[in-house]
Design a protein around this ligand. Structure first.
Ligand SMILES: C[S@@+](CC[C@H](N)C(=O)[O-])C[C@H]1O[C@@H](n2cnc3c(N)ncnc32)[C@H](O)[C@@H]1O
Length: 271
């Protein structure tokens, strides 16, 4: 399903996950309702802001790993608002010819993204529902920029915990990973149901209840399930681990944040 362009102004009294996340990252594209819900989230999960920042930092390290392995195209599913170290800025620092397509269903994220990317010929944002890969992959902003024959990094970062059905998640990952040339990669992060550190997951049930009540049900999954759902890829070292421990920038083991992350190469199904 292509997400319809909003007929009028979006209702800013309804909080949005894209804008709450922007608030946690210190961005400027959020409104009173988003900030109020963000404050309630922090009451339940005091590390929520730190986790959002760490997730964005994981995304940056993962994008650089994909660039190092030769990916010059990026399809960022559930991208949020492309500010605060967004994928195109990271990619273009490394290679100005890299092409980046953002996809999000939040009308404000898309409207802000269009303004930010106006005149940028190598990055676009498309309003679409990531659970409809045919619509996403055929959307003009996607098909017009990404060459399906080229190796492409598919990013599903902190986005698939909004999809409740495990088998749908597996099918979506399979479809997106199969849509591009040899050498394609997957970057994935997802809320955890089984982190060893109880402090990292305290408040998770309250957070899920709050997310459900505010219209954005959130599913957490355990490591075994997430590895099964991402079986289409061969993970780079260190595998599917907490994002704080996926090649942490600083020396030492890195914090446990209650979110799993993985970067993998898409397995060639013909082998
Ligand atoms: C927590 S933010 C993550 C942003 C970014 N991927 C990151 O990790 O930095 C989740 C984003 O997924 C988007 N989203 C949720 N469900 C979606 C769907 N079915 N289709 C497209 N976007 C979706 C939300 O609008 C939001 O912007």
């Amino acid at each position: 399903m292509t997400v319809p362009e909003p007929a009028g102004e979006p209702d800013l009294s309804i909080p949005s996950s894209a804008r709450i996340y922007d608030f946690f990252l210190g961005g400027g594209h959020n409104f009173a309702a988003d900030r109020a819900l963000a404050e309630r989230i922090v009451e339940l999960v005091p590390a929520a802001r730190e986790t959002a920042v760490a997730n964005r930092a994981f995304l940056g390290r993962a994008v650089r790993a994909c660039l190092d392995r030769g990916c010059r195209q990026f399809l960022d599913l559930g991208s949020g608002i492309p500010t605060v170290e967004p994928v195109h800025e990271i990619a273009h620092r490394h290679d100005p010819s890299a092409r980046v397509v953002y996809v999000d269903s939040d009308p404000v994220a898309v409207a802000v993204g269009r303004d930010l990317l106006d005149g940028n010929e190598s990055a676009t944002i498309t309003a679409a529902d990531l659970t409809d890969p045919d619509a996403v992959l055929s959307a003009p902003g996607v098909a017009g920029l990404l060459d399906p024959a080229e190796p492409t990094a598919v990013l599903a970062v902190a986005a698939l915990h909004y999809v409740g059905d495990d088998e749908l998640v597996a099918r979506l990952l399979d479809r997106y990973c199969s849509a591009f040339g040899p050498g394609s990669m997957l970057v994935f992060s997802h809320g955890s149901a089984d982190v060893d550190d109880p402090a990292a997951v305290s408040g998770t049930e309250d957070l899920q209840r709050l997310a459900r009540d505010s219209g954005h049900p959130l599913v957490v999954r355990d490591r075994a399930t997430l590895r099964r759902l991402t079986a289409r890829v061969d993970p780079l070292e260190p595998g599917l681990v907490d994002i704080g421990r996926w090649r942490p920038g600083e020396p030492g083991p890195g914090p446990v944040l209650g979110v799993y992350g993985l970067v993998g190469t898409v397995r060639d199904q013909s082998r």
